[in-house]
Design a protein around this ligand. Structure first.
Ligand code: SAM
Length: 474
């Protein structure tokens, strides 16, 4: 179907062929084209290309299509580096040059933030080096291996170690290379896979809820170059896990620490109770913003260390904390912003709030290590701990500045209520989900705050994700 006069086309149906100019991207990593008044989301299309696309799905939420033929290639096309680009759910935009990715993310951000009517959105701060930037990867073991294009359909498929195949959550893609993970990660994954198969260790079977091997978490410190590996298993099984761990350590002297955690439950999270340390201390040492951090297998830590440096710098600059001001770091994780700000405000004037007990324990240890033991950390759900009466019970003063870095879903309504009651002079909102940020910021703008600065930062090249920092003043 070719696009005719506006309003004359019927809504495209499953199986239709459409000619589309791929002009924008969306937050799900798809490229978008217009057909009459309809927006069509195309997987695998390169922004800037003209394609013939076949409609796969027609839903109330939108029309989805796949590329049938490229009619005119994109002037921004780049050679994808990763052999798994067609199957992996990780990087959607590898075949688009990095400058065009940033420009498209900027336009997507402008569309998303339109309800806030920002006076200006600063240009995205892109990565100097957009490859091998992830300092942490969580690989999954699975019993349903994804058969990649070009493989025979009857290829062995009962064991996999890698990442979930795009759109097929129960299937695991055997990762042989990953261009966004730190460079040492893929060879370690290869060794673990080979040894686990030789030792006939069973991978986790999502459907049957059985098997021994669940996750392999790998982390690297940018500063100390230490590398941590964590095997997450359903049971301790020392006689079966030890040969695997010892074999991996023998082949990878670069691994400074290897630990095992046990997670017998059904949830698909890579965490669990510590079972054993095979080498090293179970932690790596990282430096960020001139501070030292100890990171264990499951601590939250920003995954792109060089860009996290710029993020912390930006938060400190926008918070512009004076020596007499009290600062709250809400959703503080292991305390990165709290500790960086404590140098300006004074440790006694900074309080971090965080749900995870283990992150709070990390934050307290990090404060101690950096000579900032005066920083206080409150463990618990912010929906409760930020309520003014709870602050009074703890004898905490009202904050002049709040840093707010919530998870993807954004702020709980009660946290918003508390913020409005506390009336900090400045709020620095750090968001990994601009759509949720609109929900968070709109009520604050309606209750007397002004949006002073919007600064996006690309922490996740080749993916649709974008971090954005907002400064609100009263
Ligand atoms: C995006 S991370 C921010 C981490 C930290 N600002 C950093 O840069 O390292 C969000 C944090 O919010 C915490 N969190 C999630 N829900 C929470 C809640 N209801 N109350 C308090 N903290 C919560 C998570 O445990 C996580 O550490």
């Amino acid at each position: 179907m070719s696009s005719g006069a506006p309003g004359t086309a019927r809504k495209p149906a499953r199986g239709d062929l459409l000619e589309l100019e791929l002009a924008e991207i969306d937050e799900r990593g798809r490229t978008l084209g217009r057909f009459e008044e309809f927006t069509v989301a195309v997987r695998g299309g390169v922004l800037g290309a003209r394609v013939r696309a076949r409609v796969h799905k027609r839903r109330r939420s939108g029309i989805e299509a796949g590329v049938d033929a490229v009619l005119a290639p994109s002037p921004h096309a780049a050679a994808a580096r990763c052999p798994h680009v067609a199957s992996c759910g990780g990087c959607s935009f590898q075949a688009l040059d990095y400058g065009a990715q940033l420009a498209a993310k900027e336009r997507l951000l402008a569309r998303t933030l339109a309800p806030l009517a920002p006076a200006r959105i600063e240009p995205v701060l892109g990565c100097e080096s957009p490859w091998n930037y992830r300092n942490k990867m969580d690989f999954t073991f699975g019993r349903a291996r994804w058969i990649e294009p070009g493989e025979p359909l009857d290829a062995p498929s009962g064991f996999a170690l890698g990442l979930h195949a795009r759109g097929h959550f129960q299937k695991v893609l055997d990762v042989r290379a990953c261009e966004i993970a730190f460079a040492e990660a893929a060879p370690i994954v290869g060794t673990v896979r080979t040894l686990a198969r030789e030792l006939a260790l069973e991978p986790w079977d999502v459907r049957a809820r059985a098997g021994l091997l669940r996750h392999l978490v790998l982390r690297k410190s940018w500063h100390s170059r230490e590398i941590l590996a964590d095997l997450v298993t359903t049971e301790a099984a020392p006689e079966r896990v030890a040969p695997l761990a010892e074999g991996v350590l023998a082949r990878h002297p670069e691994l400074t620490t290897l630990v095992q955690h046990v997670h017998p439950g059904v949830s698909l999270v890579a965490s669990g109770a510590h079972a054993r340390t095979f080498r090293g201390t179970g932690v790596i040492e990282e430096r960020l913003a001139g501070l030292a951090f100890t990171i264990s297998a499951h601590s939250f830590f920003q995954t792109n260390t060089p860009q996290a440096e710029r993020l912390v710098q930006l938060v400190c600059e926008l918070a512009a904390v004076r020596a007499d001001e009290t600062v709250f770091d809400l959703y503080c994780g292991c305390g990165v912003f709290a500790l960086a700000l404590a140098r300006a405000a004074g440790a006694e004037r900074v309080v971090g709030f965080e749900l995870s007990e283990s992150a709070v324990a990390d934050a307290r240890a990090n404060a101690e290590r950096n000579g900032l033991a005066g920083v206080r950390f409150v463990a618990g759900d912010l929906a409760l701990t930020l309520a003014p009466e709870q602050l009074a019970l703890r004898s905490l003063p009202r904050p002049a500045v709040c840093i707010v870095d919530p998870p993807r879903a954004g702020l709980h309504a009660r946290v918003l209520d508390s913020l409005r009651l506390l009336e900090p002079a400045r709020i620095v909102h750090v968001s990994c989900n601009p759509r949720a940020a609109v929900q968070d910021l709109a009520p604050l703008l309606a209750s007397g705050y002004r949006l002073e600065r919007v600064q996006p930062l690309d922490l996740f090249p080749h993916t649709p994700h974008l971090e954005c920092v907002f400064l609100l003043t009263r």
